[in-house]
Design a protein. Structure first.
Length: 90
């Protein structure tokens, strides 16, 4: 009985801490795909209540934003709220 209980606790703990399928970027943020061919990625991090999205290339290095734009929305799909997006060269 103790062996089964120990095995169950170990299994549940390992599942709780597993992050299978979640790719982390160079700043520790979650990677999202911005292109169909995996040449453009976004790394999403949250710092001090601000969401930071770094645009990364295929090599996971920052990409200069020139003519591209980024739109972010939040809230319910019935009443989406457009977030303010500012460009930061950091």
């Amino acid at each position: 009985m103790k062996t089964k209980l120990s095995l169950l606790v170990t299994l549940i703990t390992s599942l709780a801490f597993s992050h299978e399928g979640v790719e982390l970027g160079p700043n520790g943020g979650r990677i999202v795909e911005f292109s169909n061919n995996e040449t453009l990625h976004g790394e999403v991090t949250v710092k001090g209540g601000t969401i930071h999205i770094a645009v990364l290339g295929k090599d996971m290095k920052p990409v200069a934003m020139d003519k591209q734009s980024l739109t972010a929305t939040t809230g319910d799909r019935a009443k989406p709220v457009k977030l303010e997006v500012t460009k930061d060269a950091k």
